[in-house]
Design a protein. Sequence first.
Length: 193
Amino acid sequence: MKTLLRFVVLCLAVPAGVVLAQDKATQEKPMVSQDPLSTWNKFAYARVKDMLLKSAEKMPEESYSFKPVDTVRSYGQIVGHVADAQYTFCSLALGEKNPAPDIEHTKTSKADLIAALNTAFAYCDKAYGGMTDATAVQTIKLFGNDAPRLSALTVNNMHDLEHYGNLATYMRMKNIVPPSSEQQQAPPQPAKK
């Protein structure tokens, strides 16, 4: 009987916990406007953009040339590659010719790469900021196939996260805590009387 009672309690408690967790997650999501698809995509972009910029700042200049093995990009090359990709995907979303600045192969210093990354994100900000759900469904060519315009920005987010994973691994190898793993500072509590 005790086993049955435990089982029933568990069956009731787990779904309740899931519902509570979902309610909390819902509260953390952005306000969804009349353009829920493009609004959510912009929210995701802002999050990964912040993590990438913080990652570029956190790594010391002398580690920008670090790569775990010779067959992969250095930390700085990944930062440059991410900047280049912003132009690739966001120019598609904007319906513009890719400026293709080739940052990965032309910039090496931390300051130059961070500046280029900021400029690339500013370019992408226009694409995310101007996207509505109505323009999101317009057809573009992506990787040679017809795709909704929003897919260029979705793939950009996925690509950014893929390379954030590389940067996070490199930071861990250098004993640096990646931005997404940093503890969030709790707001100061008022003094008790």
